[in-house]
Design a binder for this molecule. Structure first.
Ligand code: MRU
Length: 353
């Protein structure tokens, strides 16, 4: 996607270094960070320098390529590879793309007949997955745009734009395509407490693309659906179970309930790398519980243009912080992948790992 006239990808690999957008700096500063080793790349995932299922997957794929490049020749090669895979798998539990990417590079390494061939296969597979990720976003955009009427007011939750992928995004890709086709679209971006991905990232992306938008607090969407100000909801997904239940950012379920109560179509977008055939339903998807500090503090930009963090509850307050929830398939009108627009119970699960 373009930022001030230049095309970027969210995550790339140059030689053995992974380079990615430093997302916690947005929208104050658009900058990249270099990660020389797979340990650095793993930390970038766990600390959410890179976040969003697709971008996490691309980073994990490149992290596995770094593992293969770092691993010693000889009999210790596979031990190092397995340990690196485990380090990457432990970074975050919910995004299916992470596990998909690690496994696909492991499979490529396992199919090679020498250490040199294994290194090459790892790098090529990681690059292929990043390219597929970008292409899937574009295809989702083109398919999803067919569902967006001219003049649509669209609600989205969290950030499933190009920052959450290598390029294009999932939920925002149909918006970008529709806008480029000349359709008039308006986006309501849920703020997305506690980390504010909607206010900080989605609004910044939409501004860059010239898409009119408004940030709303997470609790406002139901009201705007009741007053007829939202025509459709489009969200991303961190993992989709075999029966079409969807894990996405905390609060998504409530938006789906409000949408059902108000006859507002609720669409989920996800590349097939997010589908998890091994999870029969949403109950078997691991849900990340994050640090209570994220709830008890907010971080924002002062009038002087600097980051500031303030506490929002009393000093002894405790908090719960589940990062994702499950939206049951029955509340979802359709799931859009790069392969088509599917009823939630008719997913193309063949490629799932
Ligand atoms: O915790 P994050 O920021 O990694 O959460 C993931 C998300 O950005 C959202 O849940 C998004 O809607 C799906 S990721 C394409």
């Amino acid at each position: 996607m373009r930022v001030e006239g230049t095309d970027y990808r969210t995550v790339i690999m140059e030689g053995s270094t992974v380079r990615m957008v430093n997302q916690p700096m947005l929208p104050l500063r658009f900058e990249f960070i270099d990660l020389p080793t797979h340990h650095d790349t793993a930390r970038s995932i766990s600390s959410m320098i890179v976040r969003g299922a697709g971008a996490i997957g691309a980073a994990a794929g490149y992290g596995m390529a770094q593992v293969a490049l770092e691993a010693p020749d000889g009999p210790e090669f596979m031990d190092y590879v397995q340990a690196g895979a485990e380090t990457l798998r432990q970074t975050r539990p919910t995004a299916q793309d992470l596990f998909y990417a690690v496994q696909r590079v492991l499979d490529a390494i396992g199919g090679a007949d020498s250490v040199q061939a294994a290194r090459q296969a790892a790098v090529e597979t990681a690059q292929a997955m990043a390219d597929e990720n970008a292409a899937a976003g574009q295809a989702i955009g083109e398919l999803g745009a067919t569902l967006i009427p001219d003049g649509a007011n669209i609600l989205t939750h969290c950030n499933a734009g190009w920052l959450a992928f290598v390029d294009w995004g999932s939920a925002l890709a149909p918006v970008y395509v529709a806008a480029r086709q000349g359709k008039r679209v308006f986006v309501f971006a849920d703020e997305t407490r506690p980390r504010g991905q909607g206010a900080l990232l989605t609004a910044w992306e939409l501004q860059g693309e010239g898409v009119p938008h408004a940030v709303i607090v997470d609790n406002a969407a139901g009201r705007l659906m009741q007053t007829g100000e939202i025509d459709m909801v489009i969200v991303g997904a961190d993992r989709v179970a075999a029966n079409g239940d969807v894990a996405n950012k905390i609060g998504t379920y409530e938006k789906a309930l409000c949408a059902a109560d108000n006859d507002v179509p609720f669409y989920v977008t996800a590349p097939t790398s997010t589908l998890d055939a091994r999870s029969p339903n949403g109950a078997t998807i691991p849900i990340e519980e994050r640090n209570a500090d994220e709830v008890l503090h907010v971080t924002g930009i002062t009038d002087a243009g600097e980051w500031a963090r303030v506490r929002v509850s009393h000093a002894q307050a405790k908090a719960r912080n589940p990062a994702f929830d499950i939206t049951p398939a029955r509340l979802i009108r359709a799931i859009i992948t790069e392969k088509g627009i599917h009823a939630p119970h008719e997913l193309p699960l063949e490629a799932s790992r």
